[in-house]
Write a protein that binds this ligand. Sequence first.
Ligand code: NDP
Ligand code: OXD
Length: 310
Amino acid sequence: MKIIFASSTTSDPDSWIRLLEEAIPGAEIVNWSDNSGTVGADLAITWSPPHDLFLREPGIQAVFNLGAGVDALLKLPGLRDNVPVIRLEDAGMAVQMAEYAVYALVRASRSFDRYQQLQGERRWEPQQDIRRRNWPVGVLGMGVMGARVAQMLAALEYPVAGWSRSGKALPDVQSFAGSDTLPAFLARTRVLINTLPLTPETRGLLNRETLGQLLPGAYLVNVGRGGHLVEDDLIPLLDSGVLSGATLDVFSQEPLPTGHPFWADPRITITPHVAAASLREETVAQVAEKIRRYRAGEALTGIVARERGY
Ligand code: NDP
Ligand code: OXD
């Protein structure tokens, strides 16, 4: 089987390929790029591959994605409906996601931004003590990422609820299932953390109308995808006081253009799509095992349901 490694953003593809070859017995992996022509690939290992990958390699039988989100991959032209797409599951990302959520939440709930500002002015001014009941957290998406986030925040004794398509039972986490329950979920939430995959159903879900249903003093954390947020709605929501702030890791255009108004807004905290990075060792081991199972015809996890988009 001819395996290719196709990524237009990985800075050191050769070292990935070396590690993957070591982990997949007998594999010879081609570094596939814009200049490769057509090599007759059977399997592709991808992360942000060149746009014409599936047009130039129509024989690809399965795609192994080096990330959790497959929104960009599924949009590529020529990807046939019957080609299985297998995504990364966790690979060291969930704990980082939970850590990021803790950071964003406690900065807001414990007034750490305010203390930083006060330090600059040499002012010793204790802010109001935290009452956790005033900081109910709602996690959108209760998959690998969202469940870990919810569990971590529940362990810190914040009131936590999770919203997903099918519902998820976790200790100390209230479960909301399906679109009918979204208004009730939003109405009990002050800090909204988005870990959804970007699909036709979830695109634009964070907007003036939905965010307007959150509790007073609401705060938004978006670690899903930029396309979930109607970005033009954010600054008006902050100006009107509906939102008190936002921490954003993902944007509809990445890198975020230098002239974008989010950069200069002190109510918005920006990170460059780093909330959770797949760890190389875990990723290589997981992809190698998935490929082994695929070739052996064994059961696999992480297969994307193409009709749902995640
Ligand atoms: P999973 O597939 O494990 O989880 C997705 C969750 O979203 C599931 O709980 C699913 O519900 C829920 N969901 C999907 N569609 C809907 C819908 N229409 N209505 C309600 N719930 C829905 O994905 P992961 O947790 O592994 O990853 C989630 C996303 O996080 C990725 O797609 C990616 O976009 C983003 N991500 C961002 C990173 C970053 O660094 N910023 C790093 C890694 C991931 P159900 O359980 O019922 O199926
Ligand atoms: C992912 C990501 O989807 O890093 O894995 O965003």
